[in-house]
Structure formats: structure tokens, C-alpha cells
Design a protein around this ligand. Structure first.
Ligand code: NAD
Ligand code: LMR
Length: 326
């Protein structure tokens, strides 16, 4: 058997983690031949609930789950880890925007960025806790770990987009490829139907309805999180966990030729974005495990205006948290 992969999950007694933990322990992310050592982080008042989650994990008798650590210390949780799902943060309630969480949740990522620094030399961190792009920026800025090891989750937006385009075109979800969601996981994100494909053809050729694409499609994806909160009374959990798993898989498995996935990564200036912002880009992962931003995708003036708006929004979020950046 290979060495166990050490995976930390923060907010481990919360809704999203309740789905992530079981699927990671079952081998769905890192492979059926890779044992898993789970390191679960919670705040002190949630430790009892976390013990309950650990009991349930134990009761699943997952053959790959070799060890579980439960802790309220980020340093302990991050000691020697290979991956961390940074989920632990408050969710928004009805009527709130994700950015309204920034001053409450941002400081969590200062301490955890520092803790990553001390505990983990070979780690990759993905951020789910909202507002995830800017929280990722905070964690990255407070850490000396290479910037390309940090990412934030746009995958729920990608999956929502693919599902909607499949539904509208009457084609299976698997036919929808090349789905980039640019910028921020916010209601200004830009799900790029212009470069998406359905059955290998440009999406606007297959769905010949520009007003549906520009208005209904874009707005539905942008507002889907709020709609789920309105309907469920709580923010998306199983679909968010599923997206977190897809996100990690898309960074550790080679991307099928010609396709891409949406991941928010540290900008190196691609498409004119400020260097250092955590920006949602189309990403391809190579066979050697490295990844890169897909460059040179065209955008209409209409799309460029959406892109510029979300870029500006991320600049503003960075300004709001500048006291938390190193
Ligand atoms: P939840 O309230 O059910 O769980 C959050 C957990 O985090 C709680 O158990 C809480 O005790 C814990 N926590 C809080 N502060 C912590 C800290 N400093 N260290 C460790 N744990 C801490 O919420 P949830 O539904 O699991 O959502 C978690 C976050 O994910 C929210 O911010 C939500 O908005 C966000 N989210 C993001 C996406 C996305 O696409 N990026 C999708 C859905 C939800
Ligand atoms: C989502 O997109 O479902 C999450 O970010 C939760 C939220 O606040 O919308």
C-alpha cells in the first residue's frame, strides 16, 4: 500500500465537510489505491459534534481510512499535510451577499495561512469558505508557501453552468465542455458561454438564443447560490462538496485534451488581471501535475465588460482586507 495522503478539512463538523469527509475517505478523490489520513479542524465549541462525525466515519469501515485526527488547533491540523480543504467559515443568510462575510471570515484565513506555513512543506490548499477568492488571497498572503499551491473554488459555478447549458440544449451534461467562469465566486462572476462548447460546437451556435444566453443564463448562474439559500434555508452543501472534490481532481488529474476547468488561482497578469489577485480562469492540468491558465481566448466587447466588472470587484475586496494582507 502507498503512504497515506494527509488531508486536512477545516470546518469539519459543518454541512459541506459532512459530505467531503466521507467521499475523501472512500477514495473518490485521491484514488482507490491511496490510503487517507484525515486531519479535521474545528473551533472548540464544535469539537463534540466533530467527535460524532468521526464516529460515523469510523462506522463506515472505509478500507482506505487509516487515521483520523480531531483538533481545534490549526497548527496540529496542518502538520505534515498534503492537501487542505479550507471550508470552515460562516455561510451567508438570506438577503446577504458573499462579500458581506469578508470582515467576519477574513481573519480566519490570516491565522490559518500562518499555520500552514509552520506545519506543511508539501501542501496544496483549496478555499471554499466565502468570499472564497479573497479568503484565499488572505491565506496565501500570510504564508510563504508557493502561490501556485493556492486555489479557490469556481467549480460549483462551472457545474451549474454546464448543467444549465445541457438542459437548454437537450444534450447530456457530458457534452458541455470548455466552460470557463471568470473572476470571482460572486454575483458578478462571468460564466463564459461564448467559448463554451456543446457536442464540440460553440454553445451560441447550438443554443441560438443570444438574449437567453446573455440574460437568463448568466443571471441564473450568478444568483444560483442565493436561490438555493432561499429554497433550502441554508446554503448549498452537497453540491458545494461535490464541486470541491471535482476541483481537486481537476488539479491532480490531466485535463482531457482541448478542454479546461474553472479554478481561481493567483493571477500572473494573464488577460490583464492584477498580479496576485485570486481570479477564476480556465485551467489545464498537464500529465506531469503542473497546471496553467489557458491563454488567448477571445471575448466580445459585451463579455469584456462583464470581465472588467468582476476584475474591479476583486480589486475592491482586496482593498477592504488590505489590513489582513502581509
Ligand atoms: P457550516 O456553518 O455548516 O459549517 C462551517 C463550519 O466551520 C462550522 O462547523 C464552524 O464551527 C466551522 N468554523 C468556523 N470558524 C472556524 C475556524 N476558524 N476554524 C475551523 N472551523 C471553523 O457552513 P457550510 O455550509 O459548511 O459552509 C462553509 C463555508 O463555505 C461558508 O462560508 C459558505 O458560504 C461557503 N460556501 C462556499 C461555496 C463556494 O462555491 N465557494 C459553496 C457553498 C458554501
Ligand atoms: C453557493 O454558491 O452556493 C455558495 O457560495 C453559498 C452562497 O452563499 O451562495
Amino acid at each position: 500500500m502507498a503512504n497515506p495522503i494527509r488531508v486536512a478539512v477545516t470546518g469539519a463538523a459543518g454541512q459541506i465537510a459532512y459530505s467531503i469527509l466521507f467521499r475523501v475517505a472512500s477514495g473518490q478523490v485521491f484514488g482507490q489505491d491511496r490510503p487517507v489520513h484525515l486531519k479535521m479542524l474545528e473551533i472548540t465549541p464544535a469539537m463534540k459534534a466533530l467527535q460524532g462525525v468521526a464516529m460515523e466515519l469510523s462506522d463506515c469501515a472505509f478500507p482506505l481510512l487509516t487515521k483520523m485526527d480531531l483538533t481545534d488547533s490549526a497548527e496540529e491540523a496542518f502538520d505534515g499535510i498534503n492537501w487542505v480543504f479550507m471550508v470552515g467559515a460562516k455561510p451567508r443568510g438570506p438577503g446577504m451577499e458573499r462579500a458581506d462575510l469578508i470582515l467576519g471570515n477574513g481573519p480566519i484565513f490570516v491565522g490559518q495561512g500562518r499555520a500552514l506555513n509552520r506545519g506543511a512543506s508539501d501542501v496544496r490548499a483549496m478555499v471554499v469558505g466565502n468570499p472564497c477568492n479573497t479568503n484565499c488571497l488572505i491565506a496565501m498572503s500570510n504564508s510563504d508557501i508557493p502561490k501556485d499551491r493556492f486555489s479557490a473554488m469556481m467549480r460549483l459555478d462551472q457545474n451549474r453552468s454546464q448543467s444549465l447549458l445541457a438542459d437548454k440544449s437537450g444534450q447530456p451534461v457530458s457534452a458541455v465542455t470548455n466552460m470557463a467562469v471568470w473572476g470571482n465566486h460572486s454575483n458578478n462572476q462571468y460564466p463564459d458561454f461564448e467559448n463554451a462548447k456543446i457536442g464540440g460546437k460553440p454553445a451560441p451556435q447550438v443554443i441560438n438564443d443570444q438574449s437567453w444566453l446573455q440574460e437568463t443564463f448568466v443571471k441564473t448562474v450568478q444568483n444560483r447560490g442565493a436561490e438555493v439559500i432561499k429554497a433550502r434555508g441554508a446554503s448549498s452543501a452537497a453540491s458545494a462538496a461535490n464541486a470541491a472534490l471535482d476541483h481537486v481532481k481537476s488539479l491532480i488529474q490531466p485535463t482531457p485534451a482541448g478542454d479546461w476547468n474553472s479554478v481561481a488561482v493567483c493571477s500572473d497578469g494573464q488577460y490583464g488581471v492584477d498580479k496576485g489577485l485570486i481570479f477564476g480562469y480556465p485551467i489545464q492540468t498537464k500529465a506531469d501535475g503542473s497546471y496553467g491558465v489557458v491563454e488567448g481566448l477571445p471575448m466580445s466587447p459585451w463579455a469584456k465588460a462583464k470581465f472588467d466588472a468582476v476584475h474591479e470587484e476583486l480589486r475592491k475586496e482586496r482593498e477592504v482586507v488590505k489590513h489582513l494582507l502581509k
